[in-house]
Ligand binder design. Structure first.
Ligand SMILES: O=C(O)c1cc(=O)[nH]c(=O)n1[C@@H]1O[C@H](COP(=O)(O)O)[C@@H](O)[C@H]1O
Length: 228
């Protein structure tokens, strides 16, 4: 099984995690451990989720000097995770250092680079000071990551197909900012429904609140999977 749905476990309470994973099977989704959960519980929570049979996307979005990212990626790979990420805007040397760290590790997680966060819109990108527009900057960073041997990118589903066209069909697109037609937008800007995202070239869907904050998270996950 290669489930396309990655559920973002954005909780700070381990009992919530235990409740959620006790009801689902690893065939139904992968699980993302991000900054909040990792800061609260560290590698122990990664091991607990892995021991329950789930593959883990460790989403710590490293963005630092090459040597620091190299060592952090080595440590992440040693946790036996399935996927890790860095920010593409850390630059070529940082991306190459991350690649090298994985090549030198026994466990080789998929290495993914964040392009432009899905919370950002055109005006934000202008304010940050990028000279290209949002889509062009996303494509530019995706190409940089591709040229550095990164396995894929985090992007919004709006850019997924264009990224594949500019790089390769095999270059992975991991898309957060997924919302059901009746979901709240929350702090996301570039959103798309699960079915549309897959149609537009997304390989994996990262979904947090639309599942975890729903009345019946397990049913919501299953409904999403059924309709992909
Ligand atoms: O790298 C990520 O996973 C990520 C990148 C991005 O551009 N946007 C984004 O939302 N994410 C993560 O994806 C998840 C989305 O959660 P929801 O907005 O609740 O569905 C969060 O855990 C974010 O940290």
């Amino acid at each position: 099984m290669n489930p396309k749905t990655i559920v973002a476990l954005d909780f700070n309470d381990i009992s919530e995690i235990r409740k959620f994973i006790s009801g689902i099977s690893p065939d139904e989704c992968r699980l993302k451990i991000g900054k909040e959960l990792f800061t609260c519980y560290g590698p122990e929570v990664v091991r607990e989720v892995q021991n329950a049979g789930f593959e883990v996307f460790l989403d710590l979005k490293f963005h630092d000097i090459p040597n620091t990212v190299y060592k952090a990626i080595k440590a992440a790979a040693n946790l036996g995770v399935w996927m890790v990420n860095v920010h593409a805007s850390g630059g070529r040397e940082m991306l190459l250092a991350a690649r090298r760290a994985i090549e030198e590790s026994d466990n080789k997680p998929l290495l993914i680079a964040v392009t432009i966060l899905t919370s950002l819109g055109e005006e934000d990108v202008k304010e940050i000071g990028f000279s290209r527009d949002l889509t062009e900057q996303t494509l530019y960073l995706a190409k940089l990551a591709y040229d550095c041997g990164i396995d894929g990118v985090v992007c919004s589903a709006w850019e997924a197909q264009a990224i594949k066209d500019k790089t390769s069909r095999e270059f992975l697109t991991v898309t957060p900012g997924i919302r059901l037609s009746d979901s709240k937008t929350d702090d996301q800007t570039r959103i798309m429904t699960p079915q549309m995202a897959i149609k537009n070239g997304a390989d994996y869907l990262v979904i947090g609140r639309p599942i975890t904050q729903s009345q019946n998270p397990l049913q919501t996950l299953r409904d999403i999977n059924l309709n992909l």
